[in-house]
Design a protein around this ligand. Structure first.
Ligand code: MTE
Ligand code: MO
Length: 402
């Protein structure tokens, strides 16, 4: 329910309280949850925040309260007692409605998967040339176990499976809405949804805890290997359709735009929506400009690497001399799943050499996935005005002490 739809009993409260309450009533964000103070806040309303990169990679499973939050709208207030998920097929009147208890009755399934925003590492692109979007560092990514029911099991209830040929897309509608009551809605290809190896989940737990309000309470979609934007939070409705979703979020946002596109002339609807994500890595420790102690001619660097589409990371390479010599990182944690169902990130550590007397050093990292995709070396040739998909080599400069 929208806050400004509520009738406030002015007569029952002191003037001071009512003024405060009135201010809150006009603020659709007044009922947003509290957030962990380590999150670096990009915008407060809607809330967008990410943890410090060094903290992010301390654990393989990102603690729920420091997991990046990317909200487009106020966090909806959902009551479990009245919650209902609608499942529908386009132009067919029969609507299947599932309440929370119905969903709990379906087989329970857990998937370990990394979620990443298409704008992760946008701030580096912004430094090359100004881009449009939240200025994310390298931490709009996190890894968690997600527990819930398989989308394939829910779709079976309405007779949709991998034999379904008349429809090609699954729309997911969130319960969060803007002031014009537009809901957050996007879609994924039906082929991903009905593929039992696609592991698409309607999750009600994150790292073994009920999903928090910021992350989509009570149910969110997890589309492993696919851009964060399709992992719809506060899921209210699923629609099987012939065409892609026509919402702003599907048609005008989350599109990979060409480097030289003119924002005023480009027809975004004609471009392919971002679905599977490309291979990426980041050095999280030390951070850029940090002072690092050299030990026996080496410094230690740590980070993450991940690829979309279920591709496993097979190697992470680092250089401290602009690419003359590359050093292979050790994996600290990688799940033993094979491609194309490898959904979680890989955490790595590398000891890389520096020369005696060197005051600063630039360290570059690149990852290689199971399709032997590697990262582009510079941002220059992938720059785009929306700052999406920055997966260029991650480069940091650190100051050395001996
Ligand atoms: N779902 C709804 N309903 N509303 C949203 O604003 N943001 C999307 C996606 N799902 C969003 C949403 C985007 S762009 C990302 S990157 C992820 O949720 C972020 O999920 P998180 O906040 O749990 O990290
Ligand atoms: Mo995102």
């Amino acid at each position: 329910m929208l806050l400004n739809e509520t009738i406030f009993p002015l007569g029952n409260v002191s003037e001071e309280v009512s003024k405060h309450a009135l201010a809150d009533m006009t603020d659709p964000y007044a009922h947003d949850p509290k957030r962990h103070k380590v999150l670096y806040v990009h915008t407060e309303k809607p809330f967008n925040g990410e943890p410090p990169a060094g903290l992010l990679i301390e654990q393989f499973y990102t603690p729920n309260d420091i997991f990046y939050v990317r909200n487009h709208l106020p966090v909806p207030e959902v009551d479990l007692e009245t919650y209902e998920l609608e499942v529908e097929i386009e132009n067919i009147d029969k609507i299947k409605k599932l309440n929370f208890a119905d969903i709990l009755k379906l087989p329970k399934y857990t998937v370990s998967a990394t979620l990443m925003c298409a704008g992760n590492r946008r701030s580096e692109m912004n430094k090359v040339k100004e881009v449009k979007g939240l200025n994310w560092g390298a931490s709009s990514i996190g890894n968690a176990t997600w527990t819930g029911v398989r989308l394939v099991d829910v779709l079976k209830l309405i007779g949709v499976d991998d034999n379904t040929k008349e429809y090609s897309h699954v729309h997911f509608e969130g319960l969060d809405r803007d002031t014009a009551s537009n809901l957050y809605t996007v879609s994924i290809p039906l082929s991903k949804a009905v593929n039992k190896d696609g592991d698409v989940l309607l999750a009600y737990e994150m790292n073994g805890q009920p999903i928090s309000r910021d992350h989509g309470f009570p149910i969110r979609v997890i589309v492993p290997g696919t851009v964060g934007a399709r992992n719809v939070k506060w899921l209210g409705r699923i629609l099987i359709a012939k065409d892609e979703c026509q919402s702003h979020w599907q048609q005008k946002d989350y599109k990979g735009v060409p480097p030289s596109a003119d924002p005023s002339r480009i027809n975004l609807s004609k471009l392919a929506s971002i679905q599977d994500l490309p291979v990426i890595s980041a050095i999280c420790k030390p951070s850029n400009e940090e002072v690092v102690k050299v030990e026996n001619g080496f410094i230690t660097v740590k980070g993450y690497a991940w690829s979309g589409g279920g591709r496993k990371i097979i190697r992470v390479d680092l250089t401290t001399d602009g690419g003359k010599e590359w050093h292979v990182a050790n994996f600290d944690h990688q799940i033993d799943h094979e491609s194309p169902r490898h959904w979680s990130w890989t955490l790595w550590t590398a000891k890389v050499p520096v020369s005696k007397g060197q005051k600063t050093v630039e360290v570059w990292a690149k990852a290689i996935d199971s399709s032997y995709n590697s990262q582009p070396d510079t941002i220059d040739n992938i720059w785009n005005y929306r700052g999406f998909l920055n997966n260029a080599y991650h480069r940091i400069r650190v100051n050395l002490t001996f």
